[in-house]
Design a protein around this ligand. Structure first.
Ligand code: NB4
Ligand code: NI
Length: 186
């Protein structure tokens, strides 16, 4: 099981490098890593288990955050209503953003990152809607349109694959300034 000590922290060069595309078929190790990353998200979202294992809650986790310089991420965005299935729950490999809305969006509370121990306040402006191509662990290709919260999470993970951290996007002079037409999510 992935624990907080297994998560790479800001300052580790793996978080600032461009992760490598994966080749299919994936190795057993690569498939296991994907499943373990998703397991982390599931356990971290269970209040009791998160406390037991001292995990910070997460809705996404990218391979460089577990020390692997590869283009894979797990995303688990829960539904707004608990009874319903997750809004987006996938292990994505070699993702490409095919198109993005001009409309910007940011989480009203700002962002945090499991690899960044400090809180960095400020809006992180992203695209409100994206069209994403990605591959599952079996190598099947998918094209998915995402908006709002799931789109923001995927863009945060996509950034990790390119060595970008959320605070890179924060306007350090005006941390909570909204661009024209930008919408706040939450
Ligand atoms: C990734 C997110 C940061 C902003 C928004 C949010 C949490 C992360 C980082 C966009 C993507 C992890 C990956 C949360 C969280 C809401 C849903 C369900 C029940 C608690 C959970 C809390 F934990 N970010 N943490 N940060 N990262 N929402 N939620 N809740 O997930 O660094 O690269 O369990
Ligand atoms: Ni992160």
């Amino acid at each position: 099981m992935i624990l907080m000590d297994d998560i790479t922290r800001d300052g580790n060069p793996v978080l600032r490098s461009r992760a490598k595309e994966l080749n299919f078929p994936l190795s057993t190790k690569e498939i296991e890593m994907g499943h373990k990353m998703m397991e982390y998200l599931e356990v971290s979202q269970d209040e009791k288990l998160a406390e037991k294992y001292h995990l910070r809650a997460g809705v996404g986790l990218a391979a460089p955050q577990v020390g692997s310089p590869t283009r894979m991420a797990a995303v688990l965005v829960p539904a707004e209503n608990e009874e319903e299935p997750a809004a987006f729950k996938e292990i994505i490999v070699n993702p490409t953003i095919l198109s993005e809305s001009v409309q910007g969006a940011a989480l009203g509370t700002g962002e945090g990152c499991l690899s960044v121990d400090e809180d960095v306040p400020g809006y992180v402006w992203r695209h409100d809607r994206i069209k994403l191509r990605w591959f599952d662990l079996e190598g099947n290709k998918h094209i998915t349109r995402l908006k709002d919260y799931p789109a923001i999470v995927v863009q945060h993970e996509f950034d990790h694959l390119n060595g970008v951290l959320f605070y890179d996007h924060i306007n350090k002079d005006k941390r909570f300034e909204a661009p024209e037409g930008g919408v706040l999510i939450n």
